[in-house]
Design a protein around this ligand. Structure first.
Ligand code: 13P
Length: 253
């Protein structure tokens, strides 16, 4: 049995007051949530504040939105996986499509970041997914396989023993047009099958999240699919009630 996981990716949003308000709203509502692991990923400058406000409540933990491909050293502006772990992060989002596209992260760089996260005892959450053009060309599985293979190449056949994968079709991110549950399930199943070729046990344990226009209204139908183990939430994670609604949809109790 895989424990459902819901992660809020706040992206580059927030100010102190907004962070305080959002956490207050989440905390007020989330108390009785059963069986779901909940993670929030604020921008780096607010990690301390979030950590501080979460301290009394162990239901929610923190993740980083990205980590450096390097270990500590002369890399101005970067934040290492070791640092993220040191300040209390437990997860790290790796290879988000916005990083791949806007910041030109290649599969090889993403794989290095994945390796750094594992080495720092952070759980990497590898984002994979195709663009609209790739989807229309029938290349979804080819793209996802390429993205997974780069990580296997860097980290070896047990790469996903302690990791999470997030399937985020690029065309569904921030568009209000989520993949249908059946559509997402097909790709999730494919991801699990790819991992199973290396290790059936790791594949059985692997949590595969869906991301892309998840709302409280469509979350349950997505999460009910056999191979969808939770969600990576963007826009809807910035409103307390919406985010908690999505967490509730993942409840197994
Ligand atoms: P939206 O939920 O805003 O579509 O964003 C998804 C996402 O990119 C999460 O990482």
């Amino acid at each position: 049995m895989r424990q459902p996981l819901v992660m809020g990716n706040w992206k580059m949003n927030g100010r102190r007051s907004m962070v305080e308000g959002l956490l207050k709203a989440i905390m007020a509502d989330i108390g009785d949530l059963f069986g779901v692991e909940v993670v929030v990923c604020p921008p780096y400058p607010y990690l301390g504040l979030v950590m501080d406000r979460l301290a009394a409540n162990s239901t929610v933990v923190c993740g980083a939105q990205d980590v450096s491909a390097y270990t500590d050293g002369a890399y101005t502006g970067d934040v290492s996986a070791e640092m993220a772990r040191d300040v209390g992060c437990r997860f790290a989002i790796i290879g988000h499509s916005e990083r791949r596209t806007l910041f030109r992260e290649t599969d090889a760089i993403v794989a290095q970041k994945f390796a750094r996260s594992l080495a720092a005892d952070l759980t990497p959450v590898l984002c994979v997914g195709e663009t609209a053009a790739e989807r229309d060309a029938g290349r979804t599985q080819e793209v996802v396989l390429r993205q997974l293979s780069a990580v296997f190449k860097e980290c070896g056949s047990n790469a996903f023993d302690r990791a999470v994968v997030a399937y985020e079709p690029v065309w569904a991110i921030g568009t209000g047009r989520a993949a249908s549950p059946a559509e997402a399930q097909t790709v999730h199943r494919f991801i699990r099958d790819v991992v199973a070729r290396q290790s059936a046990e790791a594949a059985g344990r692997l949590r595969i999240l869906y991301g892309g226009s998840v709302k409280a209204q469509n979350a349950r139908d997505l999460f009910e699919q056999d191979d969808i183990d939770g969600g990576l939430i963007g826009g809807a994670s910035l409103a307390g009630a919406d985010f908690v609604g999505i967490c509730r949809a993942a409840c197994i109790g």
